[in-house]
Design a protein around this ligand. Sequence first.
Ligand code: IPE
Ligand code: IPE
Ligand code: MG
Length: 236
Amino acid sequence: MKELKIIPVHIGIIMDGNGRWAEKRNLPRIAGHQEGIEAVRRTVQSAVKYNIKYLTLYSFSTENWKRPKEEIEFLFSLMEKNLIKEGENLHKNNIRVRFSGRRWELPSKLIEAMEYVENLTKNNTGLNLIFAINYGGRAEIIDGIKEIIKSGYRSEEINEELMSKFLYLPDVPEPDLIIRTSGEKRISNFLLWQSAYSEFYFTPVLWPDFDEKEFLKALFDYQKRKRKFGGVIYKK
Ligand code: IPE
Ligand code: IPE
Ligand code: MG
């Protein structure tokens, strides 16, 4: 019987394949995004069930601005509506909702919805659910460097520990496991700094089809990983 012995503290997910899910059904791409919300709901439930402490969902990248205006607007309004709709429910489940990314470039109505859920859930102690919206790993590093310079640090004082403190969510541990759906095997600017020693799990399943069974497959695969962080594992 398979057993889950090692539970990752932080899981990051690159939720990819909404467009292809819709195309396969001759539906507009936005139908895939709509259906993707259900997968988000299922995944949050799974994360709670399997005691994951941090779950980061890559929701909109700094490169996704290249998409058609209508698709971008649909995505933002979908996020806004669902944050408002699910706020109370997330709160009841003791989930703390947070956001990562260049928030100030987003539409004001979406920012308001983000702030509403963030404030409502800020004292919760269960799952930390992080939505990476208008997030880019390079942008995060650049924004951190700007803050370091503004704070007046000298070059001798700059090291990895300091840089880590100037990322968007410095208290969040680095992801142990990064899952990407839809069969693509790339990082697409997700958590570049934090993923230096993350384990990766790729699945061909399209994001709207992702469910607890798929989540568990990733968790079981993670059991087999031997994390070394550049060191050596000594046999006893
Ligand atoms: C992921 O699905 C959702 C976002 C990037 C917002 P895609 O929209 O990238 O779906 P594909 O890759 O076109 O299938
Ligand atoms: C990554 O997916 C971004 C999100 C999941 C939000 P993309 O679909 O934008 O990535 P590429 O363009 O295939 O690399
Ligand atoms: Mg994609």
